[in-house]
Design a protein around this ligand. Structure first.
Ligand code: ARG
Length: 457
């Protein structure tokens, strides 16, 4: 029997019951639902809204239910309307009359808002840890590759030389922002909504601050209508997860390219790649591809939630129950993606020789030749033009710039001297770019040091 069946003269239609029920997914909130109810019951007792004896009975009953669910002696009833009704009904069947007093001064509307906020806070912490692990892996790899020269790209065309460390540390920055963003979202999620009731609080003299302190929230929500109709924290987390996935997806795309025969920059560990059912020679970067694919799915969840919320009138509406499948799916996918991706990255081997060889073709040192001429007194636009002509000549002759003799080079500009070869060598191109944020070993090493300090604090 439904706990709200008083005004009804018929049972709920079976299909309607299934349609309405959310326990198949919101069972995941059980722990927070119980902890929230325990805090609520303590407060009701302390404020003499229920007797302290009833309060104690309720708390003992809820603790037993928590243990029962955790050791799997209690199973979720798939016919229950939702996790909140399931636990309350169970409590009543366990402890009788006292159990019927738990819901005093409370609504499922503020209850689900509380549970979801507690759940989101907990998951933010878990995702944060996984992002930190990935950042550590990136820093460790970068540290090994401050002298691994490679070509940088713009428009996926060879641009200028850099190092693998510099390239990887770009991702470090992205994931650092992801951690910061999650911390920021945590602060806004950390407001306690219970006491908002269905939408207009309650006439009982409740103590919201006590519940807030018991559940370790940092503040109270300030408007009861907003409290029960707000899902910004769900949306913000869905967005933060979308960005994490987008960052993972970009690195995945590069890894997919880098494992091709054409690039051959990277060899994935056998344990983190897969074969083909037909082509015996294949070793595929499935993890990276799946991460890239799941990114689309996670974006979908964000759009789902934005669409659910876009025209909801004040205050709670049942539409909002649809927040959870989207939220849970994104959380599951970002966590598994981060975990597997980090292991894959950690165990992959980079081929320094191929990285270097690829940087030696494609005139990645052309900017440096132009800059060399500027340092010899030629205006940049003119040196750009001269260098362009040298590149065009090299293309015709199928040579690199440094393969041209000094005599040949001087045909383009008599300012070119023997020191040009040193000036346009890949080591110089990289290590002279020692500006903050640049690829020089000294610059990247100081970035790496800073990163290590951040990760240790
Ligand atoms: N299962 C509901 C949800 O997730 C709980 C709140 C239901 N409130 C209500 N008045 N029907 O949103």
């Amino acid at each position: 029997m439904k706990l709200w069946s008083g005004r009804f003269s018929k049972d709920t239609d079976k299909l309607t019951n299934d349609f309405n029920s959310s326990i198949s997914f919101d069972y995941r909130l059980y722990k927070f639902d119980i902890l929230g109810s325990i805090a609520h019951a303590k407060m009701l007792g302390k404020c003499n809204i229920i007797s302290s004896k009833d309060s104690e009975k309720i708390i003992a009953g809820l603790n037993e239910i928590l243990i029962g669910i955790e050791n799997e002696t209690i199973e979720f009833d798939s016919d229950a309307e939702d996790i909140h009704m399931f636990i309350e009904s169970l409590l009543i069947s366990k402890i009788g009359e006292a159990g019927k007093k738990l819901h005093t001064g409370r609504s499922r509307n503020d209850q689900v808002a509380l549970d979801t906020r507690m759940y989101v806070k907990d998951e933010i912490n878990k995702i944060n840890e996984l992002v930190v692990e990935l950042r550590k892996t990136i820093v460790t790899l970068a540290d090994q590759h401050t002298e691994s020269f490679m070509s940088g790209y713009t428009h996926l065309q060879k641009a200028q030389p850099t190092t693998l460390a510099h390239h990887l540390m770009a991702y470090y920055e992205m994931f650092k922002r992801d951690n910061n963003r999650l911390d920021d979202i945590y602060k806004r999620t950390d407001s306690m909504p219970l006491g908002s009731g269905a939408m207009a609080t309650t006439t009982y003299k409740i103590d919201r601050q006590m519940v807030c302190d018991l559940l370790e929230f940092s503040s109270l929500t300030e408007n009861s209508m907003d409290s029960v109709s707000d899902r910004d924290y769900v949306l913000e987390l869905l967005f933060a997860i979308s960005l994490i996935m987008m960052h993972l997806s970009r690195l995945s795309e590069e890894i997919i390219l880098w494992t091709t025969k054409e690039f051959s920059y990277i060899e994935l560990d056998d344990a983190f790649s897969t074969g083909s059912s037909i082509m015996p020679q294949k070793k595929n970067p499935d993890i990276a591809e799946l991460v890239r694919g799941k990114t689309g799915r996670v974006y979908g969840n964000l759009i789902t939630m934005l669409s659910i919320m876009k025209a909801l009138p004040m205050a709670y509406n049942k539409d909002m129950q649809e927040d959870k499948p989207a939220l849970f799916d994104s959380i599951d996918n970002v966590k598994i993606s981060l975990s597997v991706f980090t292991k894959m990255l950690e165990t992959s081997t980079f081929n320094k020789e191929n990285l270097l060889n690829n940087a030696l073709s494609g005139f990645t040192n052309a900017t440096d030749l132009a800059d060399y001429l500027v340092k010899k007194g030629i205006p940049f636009r003119t040196s750009h033009e001269i260098t362009g002509k040298i590149v065009a000549y090299c293309i015709l002759e199928n040579k690199t710039i440094e393969q041209l003799s000094l005599l040949k080079l001087q045909k383009f500009s008599d300012k070119i001297k023997n020191d040009v070869y040193e000036a346009i060598s890949i080591e110089t191109c990289v290590n002279n770019r020692d500006v903050v944020g640049g690829p020089a070993r000294i610059a990247v090493s100081s970035h790496i040091k800073k990163a290590k300090d951040q990760l240790n604090s």
